[in-house]
Ligand binder design. Structure first.
Ligand code: ATP
Length: 376
């Protein structure tokens, strides 16, 4: 049976065509299918209002699906009350009991479960040690920093050794330094414990750095599920392509003409990009002969080159440059479309032009080697 303290730890979550329509008529979650594997760290990512929290609350048993099924450990859990689900939730507002000490806050779920005081003390000490808060067990929540409070909230969640961890934006109230510290801590801790985790955030950095797999939602609909490098490198939809990554992925409309065994020509406005037949990218777009497609190219896959460079090139006029310390971005017009290019590898003559000032650099016509990936 799901729900005993400290017993079977294996948990998988499966959502089958899960839909939630609130009484107000809002369709918050629209036929979502998602599997979370045993021990996996799954991040639900999407903009505000896309339905991620509602998915989490249905897994927790705090909301009932309007239709569809929630399976926990392979068993239908639609009617299972929250207390029988052995899930632990951590929210952004921590929700600690202000009148209890840190130690008593962490011990609280064990007290509810009827564990005797001696064993409670042991468990609290273990958890507090793992979280580095062993020396503040006597303090009250009001005497803690935001990061300490979040660690206490985590401690209270893991002390019961839940089978499933549900976290809803647990870091959003913290400053950025602490956020990145706790990011690493949370993903390290959940992996060490081997707990299956479903983590909700609208922050793509959190998603891409913490997740085993990311599930991206928009307007109640699941758009894509995959490892961070899959959703970043081969996004399933145009929405995912532009939602992930800064700067946004370049999207260019192109008409495809396949010259069998020779090359694939992509017509982009007045320009044409020729991909040799043995180029892997030619195969990727080769299925679309005679069609118009949207070509997705990340800035880091595009390099400014000298005009004489062989290979597929696009011509663009540089509008302006942006320096970000670790990288520089060039914004170009390619026909009617604006494109962003990672400008790290400026050829020697480009460097010389730049020294003469940005305006001249901006006027210089450059060739761009397109190491294009495709999206859609
Ligand atoms: P956020 O990041 O802002 O929390 P979210 O992606 O978690 O957003 P949800 O909280 O799941 O989104 O909300 C999805 C949609 O359902 C929103 O349009 C929201 O207004 C609506 N909604 C959420 N809870 C309720 C409720 N109890 N009654 C009616 N509508 C609701």
């Amino acid at each position: 049976r799901v729900g005993q303290v400290g017993e079977e730890r294996v948990t998988t979550v499966a959502l089958k065509d899960v839909t939630k329509v609130f009484r107000t008529g809002t369709l918050a979650v629209d036929r979502v299918n998602l599997d979370v594997d045993d021990g996996e760290f799954m991040v639900l990512l999407g903009p505000s209002g896309c339905g991620k929290s509602t998915v989490l609350r249905m897994v927790a048993g705090l909301e009932e699906p309007s239709s569809g099924a929630v399976f926990l450990n392979g068993e239908l859990a639609n009617d299972l009350p929250p207390r029988d689900r052995s899930v632990a939730m951590v929210f952004q507002d921590f929700a600690l009991y202000p009148h209890l000490s840190v130690g008593d806050n962490i011990a609280f779920p064990l007290r509810l479960a009827g564990l005797e005081p001696g064993r409670r003390g042991e468990r609290v000490a273990d958890v507090a040690g793992a979280l580095g808060i062993g020396d503040i067990l006597d303090r009250r929540p009001g005497q803690l920093s935001g990061g300490q409070r979040q660690r206490v909230a985590m401690g209270r969640a893991i002390v019961r050794r839940p089978e499933l961890f549900l976290m809803d934006e647990p870091l959003s109230n913290l400053d950025s330094g602490l956020r990145s510290e706790l990011r690493a801590e949370i993903s390290g801790l959940t992996r060490e414990l081997g707990v299956t985790t479903l983590y909700v955030t609208h922050d793509q950095t959190e998603a891409l750095t913490m997740a085993d797999r990311v599930a991206i939602m928009r307007k109640g609909i699941l758009q894509d599920v995959g490892t961070p490098s899959q959703v970043y490198g081969r996004p399933a939809t145009l929405y995912v392509a532009t939602f992930l990554g800064t700067p946004r992925m370049n999207l260019l409309e192109a008409a495809v003409h396949v010259h069998l065994g020779q090359y694939v020509a992509l017509s982009l406005g007045e320009q044409s990009l020729r991909l040799p037949w043995d180029d892997m990218r030619a195969r990727a777009v080769g299925h679309y002969h005679g069609e118009r497609i949207v070509l997705g190219m990340r800035a880091e896959a595009l390099t400014p080159t000298a005009p004489s460079t062989p290979g597929p090139v696009l011509h663009g006029r540089i509008r302006h440059l942006e320096h970000h310390g670790h990288e520089s971005l060039a914004f170009l017009d390619i026909g009617a479309t604006a494109v962003v290019v990672d400008e790290a590898a400026v050829p020697a003559d480009g460097g010389a032009v730049r020294q003469r000032g940005l305006r001249q650099f901006g006027r210089a016509m450059r060739r761009i080697t397109g190491r294009a990936g495709t999206a859609g």
